[in-house]
Ligand binder design. Structure first.
Ligand SMILES: NC(=O)c1ccc[n+]([C@@H]2O[C@H](COP(=O)([O-])OP(=O)(O)OC[C@H]3O[C@@H](n4cnc5c(N)ncnc54)[C@H](OP(=O)(O)O)[C@@H]3O)[C@@H](O)[C@H]2O)c1
Length: 276
């Protein structure tokens, strides 16, 4: 049986809070009594979030931040320390995808995806570690993806960055255990958010990439349970669990499905197709 850790008073930094999963999670964490510094680039959305949390009796501070900028990461940590007086939970949730075949993309796209989905998380965590080590039941929460557990065609850079995040999370968990800092990896499947409108690059879409998914509120509720129970990893959505499970059980069959999915005749939106 899992014991359950209350979140009351948990001093938290949550990135990527201006929409989607981060927005829903900020509200649920604040409702559970966490004190939350919310960070992302959209200042107006963050201010709206902080004021709506405040109006419902919670505590939140908005700190506009581009997590790919080292100076802004430092400023975020300094502001969080000033308002919270310490840090118990860091949620690395900010993220962005890019769609299109690898062969038709550039090194620049690969590096941009890694800056947001990997390096921003590692370097914000590096800055936060001294505070976390002094925190109460401290935890780093990395929001990865099920496609950071099984690669799919059409977004290879994003899959690679989320795989990197998963591997780094496993290593970090082992290293930080002696300091009492837990590392939780969250691997969502398809969630209905602005993710597909906020892509760093949008060269093509497959039909199956345009299906709906679980609501952000439901996804946040599952993350909330994981924050309390502190497992090593939580995989979200039935489809996501099925993909990971099938890939363990019959990897070659999943490979064959992926080959079929990558064919140009599966494209829903032919903006960039590979040359014959
Ligand atoms: N939706 C899905 O199906 C799905 C599935 C698996 C994993 N995920 C992961 O879940 C996390 C949240 O995504 P979402 O679905 O909620 O998508 P979303 O609605 O597009 O939210 C992404 C958040 O990341 C922030 N962000 C992006 N680039 C940033 C930057 N450079 N600096 C600071 N913040 C930045 C955005 O805010 P600003 O634009 O204001 O900066 C926004 O708040 C991401 O890590 C994503 O990879 C999503």
């Amino acid at each position: 049986m899992f014991s359950s850790t209350p979140l009351t008073g948990a001093r938290t930094i949550l990135t990527g809070a201006s929409s989607g999963i981060g927005w829903a999670l900020a509200k649920q964490m604040a409702r559970a009594g966490a004190r939350v510094v919310v960070a992302s680039r959209n200042q107006d959305r963050l201010a709206e979030l902080a004021s709506s949390i405040g109006a419902s009796g919670g505590e939140a501070w908005s700190v506009p931040t581009d997590v790919t900028d080292p100076a802004q990461r430092t400023a975020l940590l300094e502001r969080a320390l000033a308002v919270l007086g310490g840090l118990d939970i860091l949620v690395n949730n900010a993220g962005a995808g890019a769609m299109g075949y690898f062969a038709l993309a550039s090194e620049e796209r690969l590096r941009r995806v890694f800056e947001v989905d990997f390096f921003a998380c590692t370097e914000l965590t590096r800055l936060a570690l001294p505070l976390l080590r002094a925190g109460n039941q401290p935890m780093v929460v990395n929001v990865g993806s099920v496609i950071g557990r099984r690669g799919i065609p059409g977004c290879s850079e994003y899959c690679a960055a989320k795989f990197a995040l998963a591997g780094w999370s496993e290593s970090l968990r082992a290293e930080l255990a002696q300091h009492g800092v837990h590392v939780l990896l969250v691997s969502p499947g398809a969630i209905e958010t602005g993710f597909h409108q906020n892509l760093l690059d949008d060269q093509l879409r497959f039909g199956w990439q345009q299906r709906g998914g679980m609501s952000a509120d439901r996804c946040a509720a599952i993350i909330m349970r994981a924050l309390r129970r502190r497992p090593n990893e939580v995989t979200i959505t039935a489809g996501g669990k099925l993909l990971v499970w099938l890939n363990r059980l019959v990897p070659r069959a999943v490979d064959a499905i992926m080959v079929r999915l990558a064919r140009p005749d599966r494209l829903a939106d032919r903006r960039a197709v590979p040359s014959e």
